[in-house]
Design a protein around this ligand. Sequence first.
Ligand code: ATP
Ligand code: MG
Length: 336
Amino acid sequence: MKTILTGIRSNSVLTLGNYLGALLPMVRLANKHSADYNINIFVPDLHSIISDIDGDLRENIVRTIKYYLAAGLEANDNVHIYRQSYVPAHSELCWILNCIATMGETSRMIQYKEKSKGQESCNVGIFDYPILMAADILLYDATYVPIGEDQFQHIELTRNLAMRFNHKFGEIFTVPAKTADQIKFMGVSDGIRIRDLLNPEKKMSKSTKAENSKILLDDDPAKAAKKIMSATTDSLAKVKFDMFNQPGVSNLLQIRALVSGTPLQEVISEWVGETRYGTLKRAVADGVAQMLKEFQDRMANISDEQVYDLLEKGEKYANEVANAKLLEAQKAFHLR
Ligand code: ATP
Ligand code: MG
């Protein structure tokens, strides 16, 4: 059985953009394939500590797992939920991979360049995390790793490390699918990018300081509605889906479609030509408020015990699989 592996960092509360663009599509993909794939959903807590954390990491982790469940993840026997740091093989394999990766290829990572830019004392974790990511993937022979475009380069690095290892020591690791095949598998031709509400030329990001730029999943629904009402639009006074010239209005249409589960084209035909932006905003605000209310009600009904039960099961499975793979890698180096 092939494996689909995914994770999302738990450094803070997620935004509506993270939910609509990453979490929800992932949950749909998992539900679609969980009869004939292993679905590994892990919380990359060791990746969290390379940067700042809002709040308490342990609480954030429990909340993230609840997000998946509240988004509709059907947890059956093929779905494995685990915390990275509870499976020590990740760190162990990372070290072994460090010793076959080169400074040249690791220094070329765009994420590293961006994240370390302007930081006088960038921590080594920021440099090394793509190798840890390779270990996260290779330990489970994962074929598909649905992630955002900013991580594609790391998939290529993982593929190269796996091929190098296999070439030297025999077929130990499954080489994950090429980026193009990952995209095909995810079924997204053009990734969804929810825009910043105040500066719609940019995407919505959880690290943006301005409160009214982003909607957080734990925002009070009425407060979230107000943020939509105060979103930046334009002075053309005619609704049209045109991300380039009318990004604010187009973003509202996009959000309206996603929160109501209506195809974007349908929402566009309903609103195109409307001259009162306030009417569109009201409809979007109501849709967002309703979605958030339902989501938050589902969150409230998931207990911590439920999460810990899933983790206990998932971590037992993950340790078995990962330790077996690690042993093969250790034998290759005559460590065992
Ligand atoms: P940060 O500001 O810390 O970079 P972020 O909001 O950009 O936070 P990430 O942690 O970088 O979030 O990404 C988590 C996931 O959410 C990724 O899969 C990413 O592609 C997706 N994502 C992030 N922002 C958006 C957005 N505005 N619309 C759709 N998907 C998004
Ligand atoms: Mg980001």
